[in-house]
Design a protein around this ligand. Structure first.
Ligand code: SAM
Length: 217
């Protein structure tokens, strides 16, 4: 049931080559994607889709992000082994598992209770040391702040100030920002207590970030 076979490992190597051709250069990130068995984050009937470079429905109207997007966002975080990381939008738990290849500890928050419960069981079964929370991640996780890196895996209408305030000086927020159809990937680095520097990257298509600092529905 939880098998990771020679065939799966081969499919992952091919996927990683595809990501390399598409421009992902960070070898540590590529190694992380070559290691995490993405098919085990899919429902059993859909595992054959896991090694295409595509987003896929995970229920509750949500998706597991495309591997290219996971690799792109993870590379932008420029993770150091001691980083304390917050992910907003746990979803299937796949991105969280990729992050855990690069740092020892990840905090991750999911808004949808059904997904939260399913993913909590999954990550527990894989014995992954993730700290999982159910709630409105658009407000961050003030009780556990500050973080070195914050990663938002849903599309936000703006950069939530409350997330910037939860960054350590020198830390960075990676977040897709735009309207409900496309979002531009942004990285905001906290240079000092009051100074933030923003960089913009390519456009993506995410499900919406809900909640107080996201889209209110
Ligand atoms: N990182 C996920 C993975 O690896 O499967 C994919 C995330 S999916 C594209 C976006 C997720 O963000 C959905 O599971 C959605 O329920 C969640 N979400 C949306 N708004 C949220 C919020 N305010 N706080 C936490 N999670 C939120």
């Amino acid at each position: 049931m939880h098998a990771d076979t020679y065939r799966h490992r081969g499919l992952r190597r091919s996927l990683v080559e595809e990501l390399r051709r598409k421009g992902i250069r960070d070898e540590r990130v590529l190694t992380a994607l070559a290691t995490v068995p993405r098919h085990l984050f899919f429902e059993p009937g859909f595992q054959q889709h896991a090694y295409q470079d595509k987003a896929f429905p995970i229920g509750q109207g949500q998706t597991i992000s495309q591997p290219y997007t996971v690799a792109f966002q993870t590379a932008l975080l420029n993770l150091r082994p001691t980083d304390r990381v917050l992910e907003i939008g746990t979803g299937s738990g796949y991105q969280c598992a990729v992050l855990l290849q690069l740092v020892p500890e990840v905090f991750s928050i999911e808004y949808n209770r059904v997904l939260f419960e399913t993913t909590r069981r999954r990550l527990h079964a894989f014995q992954l040391p993730a700290h999982l929370y159910c709630g409105d991640g658009s407000l961050g996780l003030p009780a556990q702040a500050p973080f070195d890196k914050i990663l938002v895996t849903a599309g936000s209408p703006a950069i939530p100030r409350t997330l910037l305030r939860q960054l350590r000086v020198g830390g960075a927020l990676v977040i897709p920002v735009g309207d409900e159809s496309t979002q531009r990937m942004m990285r905001v680095v906290r240079e000092s207590e009051e100074e933030f520097v923003r960089e913009e990257f390519e456009e993506f298509r995410f499900v919406p970030l809900l909640g107080q600092a996201g889209w209110q529905k």
